[in-house]
Design a protein around this ligand. Structure first.
Ligand code: MRU
Length: 350
């Protein structure tokens, strides 16, 4: 089994412990979130980020928000629960894992309607559901890695964009899980990490994470990917996802779409890796996926330096949508799915 080098998010001694990713790679510092508003803040400000990790934190966030409930009856409890889940739902809009986890927590909280209400029991059920979401995420990562490693050959140079590794999940990651599992199988791989403007998840997180795991990695600026593909220096691409629509259209970190177009042009396989919690079958195609617009200063003043005029208007979408036509295969915890996705992904609904 692959071991993630660092635990990004977990429940420890009655507290939610999160690795503060805004400080990486300069500092490895964990924060403890005893209250729901701290979980909201950590998600909103990307202290914890990556779709599956956001889902895991949301589960614990709900428990923290309900932990001190004094509700006397089921109606009052459910009202509080709705308030907490609606609040956490405002933290970030694109990663569907957030809403998936909130729905699971809400369903768990509405337990056994026929039995008499007991607030202690209701809270215990929420605790157990949050725990399950965390543990399941680890297993989903393992399974993605096992299925996906088969797509990689010894000697491959694999490009990835953003961070879809152990820093983005409670386990070994999604896209990077393929790499870790392939390495475990003895395959020699080299990873090219896109820097991932503007928040540099590729540079600050993926490069750091891969180095911790002794995977050979070369960091490039986003704008260099095309030239490397043209020179034949990249032969596979693996990325994660924040939301996959019913037809396979995939929202992921801004810049993913450009990589997919380049891959198509250069005839390079483009793989997406994601757990079931990232699929949104209620969204027919990518045009309906909400795309988060983040603060202009992330571009004008990245990491404390003005790199543009202070008042220049900025457009800063955090994600883009890669149309399903550009995706070679989607690796999930239930196997690898190929086009036509509209049909093949149906199997995931069961
Ligand atoms: O803004 P971020 O850092 O949360 O964006 C993360 C990504 O786009 C990841 O690729 C995606 O969430 C998949 S993580 C397994």
């Amino acid at each position: 089994m692959i071991k993630a080098c660092i635990t990004t998010v977990n429940w420890q001694k009655g507290r939610l412990r999160i690795l503060d990713q805004t400080l990486l790679p300069n500092q490895v510092r964990f924060i403890s979130c005893p209250r729901v508003n701290q979980v909201h803040e950590a998600i909103r400000n990307l202290r914890v980020r990556g779709a599956p990790a956001i889902g895991v934190c949301a589960g614990w966030g709900v428990y923290l928000g309900m932990k001190h409930s004094q509700a006397k009856n089921r109606e009052a409890f459910l009202k509080e629960l709705t308030r907490v889940t609606s609040y956490l739902a405002t933290s970030r809009p694109t990663a569907v894992n957030l809403f998936w986890a909130l729905r699971r927590m809400k369903n768990a909280g509405g337990y056994e309607r026929k039995t008499p209400f007991d607030v202690k029991k209701a809270k215990k059920i929420l605790y157990e559901e949050a725990r399950r979401i965390e543990l399941e995420d680890k297993e989903l990562c393992r399974r993605i890695g096992r299925f996906g490693q088969k797509l990689l050959r010894s000697g491959d140079t694999v490009l990835t964009h953003c961070n879809a590794g152990s820093l983005a999940t409670a386990g070994t990651g999604t896209a990077l899980s393929l790499i870790y599992e392939a390495k475990r199988k003895g395959k020699r791989l080299h990873v090219i990490a896109d820097e991932t403007r503007p928040l540099l998840q590729g540079a600050r997180l993926t490069a750091w994470e891969l180095m911790q795991n002794k995977i050979p990695v070369t960091l490039i600026c986003d704008s260099m990917a095309g030239a490397l593909m043209a020179q034949g220096k990249i032969n596979k691409i693996v990325v994660g996802a924040d939301r996959i629509a019913a037809n396979g259209d995939t929202a992921n970190k801004i810049g993913t779409y450009s990589v997919a177009v380049l891959a198509k042009h250069h005839n390079i396989p483009f793989f997406v890796a994601a757990p079931v919690s990232t699929f949104d079958f209620s969204t027919s195609d990518g045009s309906h996926i909400p795309i988060e617009e983040r603060h202009a200063d992330e571009i004008r003043n990245g990491f404390g330096n003005w790199t543009a005029p202070k008042k220049v208007p900025v457009h800063n979408p955090a994600f883009d949508v890669t149309p399903h036509e550009l995706i070679t295969a989607i690796v999930t915890d239930r196997g690898v799915f190929y086009p036509p996705f509209q049909q093949s992904l149906q199997a995931l609904k069961q």
